[in-house]
Design a protein around this ligand. Structure first.
Ligand SMILES: [Zn+2]
Length: 361
């Protein structure tokens, strides 16, 4: 295996952490560990979003950079008499990526390995083989032989169930394979933007945020934004990579490695024109590659931040990622590093006058 450098070690720690919506303690602690050296103050909103403040000019505008801490997963709802677990999906899942996948059940007595059970093809009729299994018929096998034994293992209704995958640097070392890129890469960008600004002057106050409960409706970003009262917000998240077989350019245009995505439109927001034009201008000035994207479905934390309080000019900048909302996603390291550079350079230029101009563009 490739020796992990400082950045890869952080990415591994972030993606390994287990945290479905409402259960973000572990990723929050990892983010706190990595962002604290570059922050002046750490605080939390009432739902558990992490807010790391970096002071530039205390009289300058407030800039919020938000990645979400939670990942899609499942929750234990029932334990049947034979010891199998029934579950609720938390966040959006497609049934076809779930069967026979390894999961971790996080209990008060520690982590338990399980697998989403499936039938062997030998006993499936030709018609049944063609049909997807419905999520409501799926179960998790933790190797318990009875409900009593599952309870002894520590499993309780409400426990989170998290996809399991090994963080892997692929043969092309720019290609990184892991669970939970959605959205630990956003948390990593927020951390690295503060790191980039460590010894730089910036005419504003920067807030690096790890928000909670994005996957169930952009909830923590709203509460965090209410605390911060930002003048400008950028949500950082994963976006769709359209560069695999079977995806047409009409469905998704972006290619991994071709730069961060600047989202024009999604189901949660029309990106703020003034802010978008400003960010594109900075990218052009510095020759940072970027790609535009519009996604008719889905949304990011920016969708909830921009309608908080009296309204916040907001933009989503995303990293084209393959296979999101499954056990294993792939992204390109250059896109991540270019996103950090672009956002940090934008922040360096956001003084009060510029923000005023952006607002009414
Ligand atoms: Zn997501």
């Amino acid at each position: 295996m490739t020796k992990l450098d400082e950045t890869l070690t952080m990415l591994k720690d972030l993606t390994d952490a287990k945290g479905i919506p409402g259960n973000e303690r572990e990723p929050r602690e990892v983010m706190k560990k990595y962002i604290t050296p570059y922050s002046d103050e750490i605080s939390y909103d009432g739902l558990g979003s992490l807010i790391a403040k970096k002071e530039g000019n205390p009289n300058g505008p407030k800039i919020m950079i938000s990645g979400h801490l939670d990942e899609v997963g499942f929750m234990v709802t029932q334990i049947d008499e034979k010891g199998f677990l029934r579950f609720q999906t938390v966040g959006g899942w497609w049934s076809q990526v779930m069967l026979a996948q390894r999961v971790t059940v996080v209990t008060s007595k520690g982590d338990i390995t399980g697998v989403i059970g499936s039938k062997p093809p030998h006993i499936l009729s030709p018609e049944a083989r063609k049909k997807p299994v419905e999520i409501k018929d799926m179960f998790i096998d933790i190797g318990a032989s009875s409900r009593e034994q599952a309870l002894e293992f520590g499993v309780k209704p409400g426990d989170q169930i998290v996809p399991y995958f090994e963080f892997t640097v692929m043969n092309n070392e720019k290609m990184l394979l892991a669970k939970a890129w959605d959205n630990r890469i956003g948390c990593a960008i927020a951390i690295d933007v503060l790191k980039y600004l460590k010894n730089e002057e910036h005419p504003n106050m920067v807030y690096g945020v790890g928000s909670v409960q994005e996957e169930v409706g952009l909830r923590g970003a709203k509460t965090a934004a209410t605390m911060i009262k930002p003048d400008i917000a950028i949500a950082v998240d994963v976006g769709i990579a359209g560069d695999t077989p079977g995806i047409s350019e009409k469905e998704a245009l972006s290619k991994m490695g071709k730069g961060p995505q600047i989202i024009l439109y999604d189901a949660s927001m029309v990106s703020h024109k003034g802010l978008r034009d400003f960010v594109v201008g900075v990218a052009d000035e510095l020759n940072v590659p970027y790609q535009f994207d519009a996604i008719a479905g889905g949304g990011t934390d920016a969708g909830s931040i921009h309608i908080t309080l009296e309204g916040v000019p907001s933009l989503a900048i995303t990293i084209a990622t393959r296979y999101i909302h499954s056990h294993a996603g792939i992204l390109h390291r250059d896109d991540y590093e270019n996103a950090v550079k672009l956002i940090a350079e934008v922040i360096k230029r956001l003084d009060q006058e510029t923000v005023n101009k952006i607002k009414f563009d």
